[in-house]
Write a protein that binds this ligand. Structure first.
Ligand SMILES: NC(=O)c1ccc[n+]([C@@H]2O[C@H](COP(=O)([O-])OP(=O)(O)OC[C@H]3O[C@@H](n4cnc5c(N)ncnc54)[C@H](OP(=O)(O)O)[C@@H]3O)[C@@H](O)[C@H]2O)c1
Length: 258
């Protein structure tokens, strides 16, 4: 079958970079969004994984699906819709699913849904590859930026290993263009850092000085983070650091595919 790659969530943080990277490699790329979109070198297709509208057309004739769309409230249902449409297309494309390090250990609702979706993909009978990544730089920045608005910045005793979407996108494209491999090794950012350390980096990048205060974080979810279930220190494969990401923010061209 001729190569034709569908990127779901082609308008999202990660999907956008995956599309850009595939285009740079001159791979034939189709991108799914709920909205009608157009863009040079990309065949946009409109569809909704919640209702199923347009998904049959989106998957028709594709050799690979890189599933970067996510529905925070209906992850399992939307993955099921994708899997069923791909099966019915008669093509059995290679399905690449992006998940999160620690989905099996941290009892957050979204993580539980991601874990169930991983299982759905693994049991689908379709050729597949599953990659778990650590938290994206943008997520860690958003969490800390909220805390940094307070007069004193509360920091729980967690660690993060933030990763850049460009690094994750590069790995996904490599996996998507290779043989299906089932669940592969996790993918983490270049550094494991304490929340306090990351908060200091954010404050420094925004030219602010504030006192940090260590706060207890009770509960099972917090215990998962405190135990480091969100980390993949043995797979510190990303190269872009949190400081580099912060320095590049606001410079639109710098954040593009490299
Ligand atoms: N953020 C993190 O720290 C992190 C870490 C590790 C792994 N991940 C995983 O990486 C993946 C991508 O995350 P992201 O942060 O890039 O997501 P995002 O920016 O929130 O993008 C979500 C995408 O999903 C699409 N979408 C949402 N609902 C849809 C529906 N019903 N039908 C079709 N498309 C739909 C949206 O497209 P339209 O709005 O254009 O329709 C959008 O492009 C997710 O699976 C996430 O779990 C994220």
């Amino acid at each position: 079958m001729a190569e034709q790659i569908l990127v779901t969530g082609g308008s999202g943080q990660l999907g956008r970079v995956v599309v850009e990277r595939l285009r740079a490699a001159e791979a034939p790329v189709r991108a799914l969004s709920r909205r009608r979109r157009s863009g040079e070198g990309v065949q946009w297709t409109a569809g909704d994984l919640r209702t199923g509208r347009g998904i049959d057309v989106a998957v028709a004739g594709v050799s690979t699906v890189i599933h970067c769309a996510t529905d925070y409230r209906r992850e399992v249902d939307t993955v099921r819709t994708l899997v069923e449409a791909a099966r019915w297309s008669g093509q059995t494309p290679h399905l690449v699913y992006v998940s999160i390090v620690g989905v099996d250990k941290i009892p957050l609702g979204y993580y539980e849904a991601k874990l169930a979706a991983e299982k759905l993909v693994a049991d689908s009978g379709m050729p597949h590859t599953i990659l778990r990544a650590t938290q994206f730089h943008s997520l860690v920045r958003t969490l800390l930026a909220g805390a940094a608005r307070l007069p004193v910045v509360p920091v729980p005793k967690f660690r993060f290993q933030p990763v850049d979407v460009r690094d994750v996108a590069a790995r996904l494209v490599e996996l998507a263009r290779g043989e299906p491999r089932g669940r592969v090794a996790d993918f983490g950012g270049p550094e494991v850092r304490t929340t306090a350390d990351l908060a200091r980096a954010l404050l420094a990048a925004s030219g602010k000085e504030k006192r940090l205060v260590s706060v207890p974080a009770p509960g099972r979810i917090a215990r998962g983070y405190a135990a480091g279930a969100n980390l993949a220190p043995e797979h510190a494969d990303g190269v872009v650091t949190f400081e580099q990401y912060l320095a590049e923010r606001g410079k639109p061209t710098a954040l593009r595919y490299r």
